[in-house]
Design a protein around this ligand. Sequence first.
Ligand SMILES: [Zn+2]
Ligand SMILES: [Zn+2]
Length: 344
Amino acid sequence: MKQLTLSTVLTNRVSNGAQSERKPAAPAYLDKRVTKSQRENQRTRSQRARERLRTKEHLAHLAVGLGEVELAHKIERCHSRLSVLTCGRHIARIIPNFTCEFRLCPDCGRRRSRKLQNKYLPAMSAFMLHRKVTPVHLVLTQTHKKENRKQSAERIKDAFTRLQRRGFWKQYFKGGTWSLEFTKDRNGLHHTHLHIIGFRRRFFDIELLRSEWLAVTGDSHVLNLKPIVDIAAGLREVVKYVSKPLDIRRFGADDLKEFLGLKNMRMFGTFGEFRDFCKDFEPSDNDAAAVGDLESLARDLVEGCACPQCNQPLFDLRMSGKELPQFYEQVESSPPDKVGTSWN
Ligand SMILES: [Zn+2]
Ligand SMILES: [Zn+2]
């Protein structure tokens, strides 16, 4: 994932002429956000599972406060009972009793982002091969204004639509995917970023792209561009923002209320030639094998099958969702050559 480190250079264009009156954008801000999301990647599975439980408790609590009792109940029920297929040292598959499908639910978000990866990774690999393009991760930002989440999202998406209509963009890009990242700062201002996996035809001057972005936004030139070396890691990185906003633990009742009003807003999409390509694309067995569709492999596993990692037989362990972090801890600390568990 190293190639996606965005916390490096976020060039701030030197102010000159017409731009001199604008407040200089703060690259440190974006750096901080990215560092935070990278820290998240370094957490253990037990820590992440614990975090998901806390997030869900927090969301359910907020929902009750808003009188959304049914929603709270659904969130609490989601992943509350689990059937875990394990050899004692590895977890091969987790089957929940119920999924709430609420878009802020971290458990459901994880499943959604895995689905997106399984759907788009084969298409991306094939597109790169057939169209001779290279992927880049482009982050577009905009100036902060007093507006709500929806207005902020629409403003940046509209600007991106205008960018795609420009000759420069058509000359250098053959489509890709976009996803929205929401955060909110201490002053209550929304920071909305667009994470784009763009398929580039050829190299170009980043300053040109910067001035194009300024031309369509009218006031923003802050962006970041990184080549993607490993497309699977690149896709994983951008769908992460779809599965949950990074600031969800700091959500207040107003934020949840606002989010409930966003029901139909899209957080991820394809564009340009890649979009058309996806419409007709049927992955062949080769494509699926090439990207290692773990999801569909795991779907076939049942009790008694061999663990894909160590060949020991899998057994079905029933537990509550609250016990999962502890089980992850046990799995993480078990010695690599000894099979043993106190859980069966
Ligand atoms: Zn859920
Ligand atoms: Zn195993």
